[in-house]
Design a protein around this ligand. Sequence first.
Ligand code: 13P
Length: 251
Amino acid sequence: MTRRKLVAGNWKMNGTAADLGEATQISMAAETADGVDVALCVPATLIVRACTATPGFAIGGQDVHAAANGAHTGDISAAMLEDAGASVVIVGHSERREAHGETSEAVAAKAEAALNSTLDVIVCCGESLDVREAGHAVTNVTDQIAASLPANADAQRLSVAYEPIWAIGTGKVAGPEEIGEMHAAIRSKLAEKLGEDAANAVRILYGGSVNGDNAAEIFAIDHVDGALVGGASLTAAKFVPIIHAATGRSV
Ligand code: 13P
């Protein structure tokens, strides 16, 4: 099965209105990126303005609450993200798992809420350096993803992002063998949980220090269906070469 590549940017807690020009330039590059889907997950405060600045382009959120509404100060619901114009949301990023104590069960509930709306969802997973060095990375990550899958998994609207924690923002990229082994193991786990056909439709993204220089090599690895990009998604100058690498265009 051919899966369209997805290149998603995660601006994390970066960006104000002054940065919307970058989003506009990125959306223009996305328009001519044949066969590749591109999305930008911006801070919640920027979703409406980013959607207005980039008509037709996929703008996303970075987290969603599992509940539809209620007494959850500071949180945001799937309906609110939709209302703001978002079409996708990231859940279970390691920064949220670590800093906000999110369990895989909580992540699954968030993903379920997203899929019960019109939002596509990117479910993140990834091991710490300690776990990798102890030789438990594959078991750790496949257990994590199995427990983070929503009950209503719709393969067409679900992506998984494998982001080794030690590779995030460090400039240290996982090696091709490490990425290939993990993505294949994630695909097998998805097949076990969702069935073979659904598992083959889910896009598995790699994240962790992806940039214009290493993207083409990463995209050439089996079972790598795109990337979730942090630092290099903040500017068009750094993000557009990654989009081009996904199209197979030389950078
Ligand atoms: P970097 O691309 O900055 O390493 O961040 C990866 C990431 O965490 C994307 O969600």
